[in-house]
Design a protein around this ligand. Structure first.
Ligand code: PLP
Length: 366
């Protein structure tokens, strides 16, 4: 049996009829940029997430760069976040002129709130937790710290569309949340895309201008902006995907629970309180000291895996050249142990069972 990490072609087959119909419809209409389809998508997401405003943007990274500009942070203002993330989390901060201040993680692989206060300085403006793999960061504690020090809570919700934390959706709990719609995310379009979500109307009005050259109408520009609009066509594909996301997230969650139950005796399974959340399990990340050998063994047995992330951001040359060395012992420790197993809604239960069987067989060889 061969098990691929992603299943784009299978998904395309399922959605093909609707996608082509949408392509035909929008092509015939000839509306490609800032059209009704995008506005409809934004309204639908507002309703889905129960949030006041949604802005479709080019991708998470550009969206966050615009957001930091809209928040009027100054050069070298500090934003507290994590190193155990895709490089964009810090890249967007640095590109905007601010400084990422990195905090170590807990065993759920998210920011450790106990370590945040030590890193707060006069220059700190925001805390930006990442809900890694769709598992919520400890937002109740983080919210209290934000309140105490008057900091913005910005959620990097790139992995977390459709996940609830208690009774609210991730991304809508802080002042603002940003989602990525990259094809590798559980909720995605067929190319790059992103969503900024907020209940802050002033912030919304600013970002709406920033994403389109500061234009308040076709010919009048009131501030300097950029070009980072979610394409109408991608929004159309997003409207199709939105109908599936609850069902597909649920399938992933059930696969994750099955992995948990079957593997808990041989590896460290993801740490997450399923009583307060229904994580999307954008990735299913186990921890084991035999990571490299296990990955190799699974590869030999036809099973693709991945590592999120093999080189934490504080170990990247780009980071070290600018900010020097940062000590993050848990981030380093886990970076050598984490392994993402295949998970997506298009896998079959027998395929998940095959992965489980092979992992158990690996541990029997030790
Ligand atoms: C946690 C996290 N933040 C930000 C991003 C950047 O998203 P985008 O590719 O839409 O800019 C990613 C993408 O992989 C991500 O995983």
């Amino acid at each position: 049996m061969k098990i691929k990490f992603t299943n784009f072609s299978k998904e395309f087959k399922i959605l093909k009829k609707d996608l082509l119909k949408k392509f035909n419809y929008l092509g015939n209409k000839g509306e490609y940029i800032l059209g009704d389809e995008l506005f409809k998508f934004e309204k639908k997401i507002e309703k889905f997430l129960k949030v006041k405003h949604v802005i479709g943007v080019g991708n998470w990274t550009e969206g966050t760069i615009m957001l930091l500009k809209a928040l009027s942070y100054k050069t070298n203002d500090e934003i507290i976040t994590v190193s155990n993330s895709f490089v964009a989390t810090c890249g967007a901060i640095v590109y905007s002129g601010q400084k990422p201040v990195l905090v170590d993680i807990e065993n759920d692989l998210n920011i450790d709130p106990k370590l945040i206060e030590k890193k707060i300085t006069k220059r700190t403006r925001a805390i930006m937790p990442v809900h890694l793999s769709g598992i919520p960061a400890n937002l109740n504690l983080i919210k209290n710290i934000c309140k105490k020090y008057k900091l913005d809570l910005i959620e990097d919700a790139a992995h977390a569309f459709g996940t609830k934390y208690y009774n609210q959706y991730l991304g809508t709990i802080g002042r603002v949340g940003v989602f990525s719609l990259h094809p590798r995310k559980s909720f995605h379009v067929l190319g790059d895309g992103g969503l900024i979500v907020t209940n802050d109307t002033k912030l919304y009005n600013k970002i709406i201008l920033l994403r389109n050259h500061g234009l308040k109408n076709r010919n009048e520009s009131v501030i300097w902006g950029t070009n980072s609009r979610l394409d109408n066509l991608q929004a159309g594909f997003g409207n199709i995907m939105l109908k599936k996301i609850n069902k597909w997230n649920k399938i992933q969650l059930n696969f994750a629970i099955h992995y948990n139950n079957s593997l808990k005796d041989v590896v460290e399974t993801p740490v997450c309180n399923l009583k307060i959340s229904n994580p999307s399990f954008h990735q299913y990340i186990i921890k084991t000291k035999f990571r490299n050998a296990l990955q190799e063994y699974l590869k030999k047995n036809g099973i693709d895996t991945a590592i999120h992330y093999p080189v934490p951001i504080h170990r990247q040359k780009a980071f070290k050249n600018q900010f020097g060395t940062v000590k993050l012992p848990k981030t380093d420790y886990y970076s050598k142990r984490i392994l993402s197993l295949p998970i997506n809604p298009h896998l079959k239960k027998i395929e998940i069972d095959f992965v489980i069987k092979k992992i158990k067989a690996f541990y029997n060889t030790l």
